[in-house]
Design a protein around this ligand. Structure first.
Ligand code: PGA
Length: 260
């Protein structure tokens, strides 16, 4: 199956409207659109609306970094997926920063996934174990719990479209930031696909896109994208540096090209 390589730029709580516009213009000048690569930008919530008017939609899709699971109501300070409907194609859900700093539970993530799907937004569900969990040999159990809770209520048709991002917490630059060994990650990505297969069958498991994230930069991106079960990457810090991000995209192009 020839899936598009998905490259997601998670800008986190960085860049105001003017800075975001500047970065996207710089990216637009350097990045050539390519039918085999999909680039998704996840700016701050405030920036989504102005950026959507500004960007070249042939080259870039937009994602929210979070949203609330209710469609409307007295939830002061929240923004719902129904408000984002038509504005973003994707929604990052369950990022470890949300789980750790904002205490999002497995059930919160499940409800947000449901809300995104209900509003025609493709969830990018982040899962990943902490360092103590890893050292205790609990990685697969943690991933199993996070994954199955997040998706068990979806239909196979809905699951086929979602994106899973495996982001070991210890490898994320803003936490421990200890880059993983790319070759060690294939085993985990394969495990995630096998979990989908157990729940939804072989075809859906092959169709679904699984990303890797955690301190990925322009130097190691090829090592991750070359893994058999890696369909793309979620990039944080390196996506704020336009030269590094352009290099990441170009390397992804060259890998796709070399496989043709
Ligand atoms: P990083 O962030 O690339 O800076 O480690 C990835 C993420 O948190 O999504």
């Amino acid at each position: 199956m020839n899936k598009k390589t998905l490259i997601v730029a998670n800008w986190k709580m960085n860049l105001n409207v003017a800075e975001s516009s500047l970065l996207v213009h710089r990216l637009d000048k350097k990045i050539v659109s390519h039918q085999d690569i999909e680039i998704v930008i996840a700016p701050s919530m405030l920036v989504l609306q102005p950026l959507s008017k500004d960007i070249n939609h042939q080259k870039f899709s937009l994602a929210s970094q979070n949203a609330y699971f209710k469609d409307e109501g007295a939830f002061t300070g929240e923004v719902s997926f129904s408000m984002l409907r038509g504005l973003v194609e994707y929604g990052i859900i369950g990022h470890s920063a949300r789980r750790i700093y904002f205490h999002e539970t497995l059930e919160d993530v499940r409800d947000k996934v449901k809300a995104a799907v209900r509003n025609n937004i493709i969830p990018i569900i982040c899962i990943g174990e902490s360092k103590p969990e890893r050292l205790a040999g609990e990685t697969m159990q943690v991933l199993h719990d996070q994954l199955t809770t997040a998706i068990y209520h979806l239909t196979s048709e809905e699951v086929a479209k979602i994106v899973i991002a495996y982001e070991p917490i210890w490898a994320i630059s803003t936490f421990d930031g200890e880059p993983s060994k790319p070759s060690d990650m294939q085993r985990v990505l394969k495990f995630i696909r096998s979990q989908i297969k157990d729940l939804f069958g072989h075809n859906i498991a092959e169709e679904i896109r699984i990303l890797y994230g955690g301190s990925v930069d322009n130097h190691d991106v090829l090592a991750y994208l070359s893994l058999k079960d890696c369909d793309g990457i979620l990039v944080g810090a390196a996506s704020l540096n336009y030269e590094h991000f352009v290099d990441i995209v170009q390397k992804a192009y060259s890998l796709k090209h070399s496989k043709k």
